[in-house]
Design a protein. Structure first.
Length: 442
């Protein structure tokens, strides 16, 4: 009787382990697990493409089919939420605007709404300030969706779309610079209102943009919607139905592309959205194609909202609460180095009013006190529900500010979309989530 050269294999937490005393390794393995050497683990990243930041995906592949996918985040961590605990409530606007850097005005507005709720001044915010917030957020939604369209087009081979999307986004960034002094990271929306009024020059630029963009959207559709390669790469790719979205907490265009018209501007209105006329676009396929159509439709709805907001700005009024204990005491102006105190205001408080100077010094260096308590405020960002949980211990600085960030939550859906599909579709599915890692890793 011949004896075997091999001991029996055993199962461990690492998989099968073989104890071999002789013979050919390939024969040992193939006899038990014929496809063992066909599964490989690939690091897709850490990389930038289709993620607007640095994301790492660990993919276990069998051929070109993804058997297991895991997302690894944290490469862009900035510690913004922790930093807020060491700054006063007004300075927080300068930090949160840098989180999701493609939609900074949403970060600022959610934060301001939370602080105002803690202060109990929500109803005191002026009508003009609220209208300007809506105007700026909807312009920001359009610019964010344009970046999504541009980068996703590039990922799937439509290089021209990258050029066109960023070209039109420049118009919006130019408008932002005219209003706030900066293209991004504005710190424009502040507790109590906004930093300053919208100048007439910006109104003219916005009206020109309202005429320009609808024509450009038609060009995008002519370029992509009937293109056979675009359809092949998007239809029935990275499908996530409404049940999967709800189970994973996915919101925004991804949820609406699965058929559920959940939009906080309609379902839980804020900033007076209930007084505006607009629709919530949906689709039923729950795939990359549906997310593309929903975002295009959302751009058109945002254009309607921008037009209504601009019309309302014809009526003048203050843009900050009247309470001087809260309102930033400066008269701001836009100079060559951005936005800052106007020279006339500095001259006035330095030379005419000692009380104004003392008050200015106290408010800028120490800030205002916020009554103890905690609140949660959610708004509809371009990527879904952006929520702020703010906690005050009664001091001049936040005790804790935590963001419910849609990029972070939506990334949970990537394995559900990717596993069982092709590795090429991981890019399309990941891009269709529109994750911005600055918000995810805050």
């Amino acid at each position: 009787m011949t004896t075997s050269n091999y001991a029996t294999e055993r199962e461990t937490t690492e998989g099968k382990v073989f104890t071999v005393t002789g013979g050919d390794w390939d024969q040992v393995v193939s006899g038990t697990d014929p496809i063992n050497d066909e599964r490989i683990v690939v690091n897709m990243g850490p990389q930038h493409p289709s993620t607007h930041g640095v994301l790492r995906l660990i993919l276990e592949l069998e051929g070109e089919t993804v058997r297991e996918a895991r997302s690894v985040v944290g490469y862009l961590h900035t510690g913004i939420e922790k930093n807020l605990e060491f700054r006063n409530w007004v300075q927080g606007s300068t930090f949160v605007t840098r989180m999701d850097y493609l939609s900074p005005l949403f970060n600022e507005t959610a934060y301001a709404l939370a602080v105002e709720k803690l202060l109990g001044i929500t109803d005191d915010i002026t009508e003009r300030a609220t209208t300007i917030r809506v105007l700026m957020m909807e312009l920001n939604r359009i610019s964010s969706h344009l970046v999504w369209l541009a980068t996703t087009g590039m990922e799937l081979g439509a290089i021209n779309m990258m050029l066109y999307g960023f070209r039109e986004r420049e118009y919006i960034l130019d408008i932002f610079e005219t209003i706030t002094g900066l293209r991004m990271n504005h710190a424009y929306v502040r507790p109590g209102g906004v930093a300053q009024d919208v100048p007439e020059d910006a109104i003219r630029k916005i009206r020109d943009f309202l005429v320009l963009l609808p024509k450009k959207l038609k060009e995008y559709e002519d370029l992509l919607s009937g293109q056979p390669i675009w359809i092949e790469r998007t239809k029935n790719v990275a499908v996530l139905d409404v049940t999967g979205c709800l189970a994973l907490g996915v919101t925004g265009p991804v949820l609406r592309s699965a058929g559920l018209a959940w939009d906080l501007r309609k379902t839980m209105p804020y900033c007076g959205y209930e007084t505006y006329e607009f629709d919530v676009p949906t689709h039923t396929d729950g795939d990359v194609w549906g997310r593309y159509l929903v975002r295009l439709a959302e751009i058109r709805e945002s254009l309607k909202l921008v037009e209504q907001a601009v019309d309302r700005l014809a009526k003048p009024g203050p843009v900050m609460v009247s309470d001087k204990k809260i309102a930033w005491p400066a008269q701001l102006a836009i100079g060559v180095d951005g936005m800052g105190n106007s020279l006339e205001h500095v001259a006035k408080i330095m030379g005419q009013s000692m009380e104004s100077l003392i008050h200015h010094f106290k408010l800028v260096t120490e800030g205002f006190r916020v009554p103890p308590g905690q609140v949660y405020v959610g708004i509809e960002s371009p990527r879904g529900e952006l929520g702020v949980h703010a906690v005050s211990d009664g001091g001049t600085r936040p005790y804790r500010v935590h963001y419910r960030e849609p990029s972070f939550v939506n990334l949970q859906a990537l394995p559900a979309m990717a596993e069982g599909g092709l590795i090429a579709d991981v890019i399309a599915g990941g891009a269709s989530l529109d994750p911005v890692m600055g918000g995810c890793d805050r």
